[in-house]
Design a binder for this molecule. Structure first.
Ligand code: TXA
Ligand code: MG
Length: 325
């Protein structure tokens, strides 16, 4: 299949393709999504095939407006309205009791459905023009990092989907917070930039689920081709570099900015503030390559969410008390 790559002016055509049962990728503020008409089971099935996604990992659904979100769920607790007013459109997915109006293969056996209103002009434009709910997981092959640039989507899905809308690099760079809103107190299943504190501030309380929170948690997280060691301090980084250099290993480092004190074969820059590091993380993880390096050592970063995703990608995580000899 030939994959059309269009810009913003190709949106009308993309909406036509969605209505015809094709699948297309477009940017949201978090990561690129791969979308299908959520009412069309055959179209939804194409997402699972293109992504090679296990059938028991439910897809979340994007909607363009609050009324549609409410129409796809039942028994929605009152606090959800507060969360929507505070955070939507935005990087938060609400898990609610499913009204079973969308194709059954979206949620598999689950009685719940994940719904989100994205905050991106292209995504909102497509949702509004089509007036459809769109099943839309991240537009990557299962097991690789979520795509934050059009090149990532092209790399994973070219030839397998009808079109890609090029909207440049996504602004947030990490996936939405997934919050289970079926109970009395919201429960965070997947962390994101909208954190526990932000939710507490709006509704008074919020819990964080322990392990195996989302159905996807049982699948292996992305790890780069070479070992990735996450260190706690610059001192540990310098010692690790020495140790690996002694073994003649080619070393990559993930750091906020370049520094004269640190020598490495590859320097992967994440940027100096929280939002920059979040935006750049997945491009860096995708760039790590065994042709260039034998091992990568990453400094710790200020952003909790960047740390969460780095910990998942790391082969080893050092804490402050670990000595390197
Ligand atoms: O930011 C995002 O959420 C992006 C953009 C494209 O919207 N999408 C995304 O989709 O990251 P995906 O499929 O890669 O991740 C959705 C997560 C998965 O961990 C899935 O298991 C979980 O949400 N999920 C979906 N429906 C669920 C449900 N009914 N109950 C619990 N978890 C659910
Ligand atoms: Mg994903």
């Amino acid at each position: 299949m030939e994959t059309k790559i269009v810009k913003q002016d190709g949106i009308t055509e993309v909406v036509q393709l969605l209505k015809q049962g094709e699948i297309v990728a477009f940017p949201t503020e978090t990561v690129y999504g791969l979308a299908a008409n959520a009412l069309d089971e055959t179209a939804v099935d194409k997402i699972f095939k293109a992504k090679e996604r296990p059938q028991d990992n439910p897809l979340n659904v994007l909607v363009g407006r609050k009324e549609m979100l409410y129409s796809l769920a039942i028994d929605v607790p009152d606090y959800v309205n507060l969360l929507i007013d505070a955070f939507s459109p935005g990087p938060i997915t609400y898990v609610l009791k499913n009204a079973h109006k969308v194709a059954t293969n979206i949620t598999g056996d689950l009685l719940t459905i994940g719904l989100r209103i994205p905050d991106h002009p292209i995504a909102l434009n497509i949702l509004q023009q089509s007036d459809l709910p769109l099943a839309a997981p991240s537009a990557n092959t299962s097991g690789s990092p979520s795509p934050t640039t059009v090149d990532h989507v092209i790399h994973d899905l070219r030839g397998k989907i009808a079109a890609i809308v090029d909207g440049g690099q996504t602004n947030v760079g990490l996936e939405s917070t997934v919050v289970d809103c079926t109970g009395e107190i919201p429960l965070i299943l997947r962390s994101g930039v909208i954190n526990q504190e932000a939710i507490k501030n709006v509704v008074g309380d919020c819990h964080i689920a322990q392990e195996l929170a989302t159905p996807s948690s049982k699948y292996k997280h992305y790890t780069p081709e070479v070992p990735l060691i996450l260190v706690h301090s610059k001192d540990q980084l310098l010692k690790m570099i020495k140790k690996e250099q002694a073994k003649n290993n080619r070393i990559g480092i993930i750091v906020p900015k370049t520094s004269n004190e640190i020598e490495a074969d590859q320097v992967y820059l994440l940027g100096e503030n929280k939002s920059e590091s979040a935006r750049n993380l997945y491009s860096v993880l995708r760039a790590i390559n065994k042709r260039d390096v034998d091992i990568v050592i990453s400094l710790s970063f200020e952003s909790d969410i960047v740390m969460d995703r780095l910990q998942q990608a790391a082969t080893k995580v050092l804490d402050a008390s670990d000595n390197i000899s």
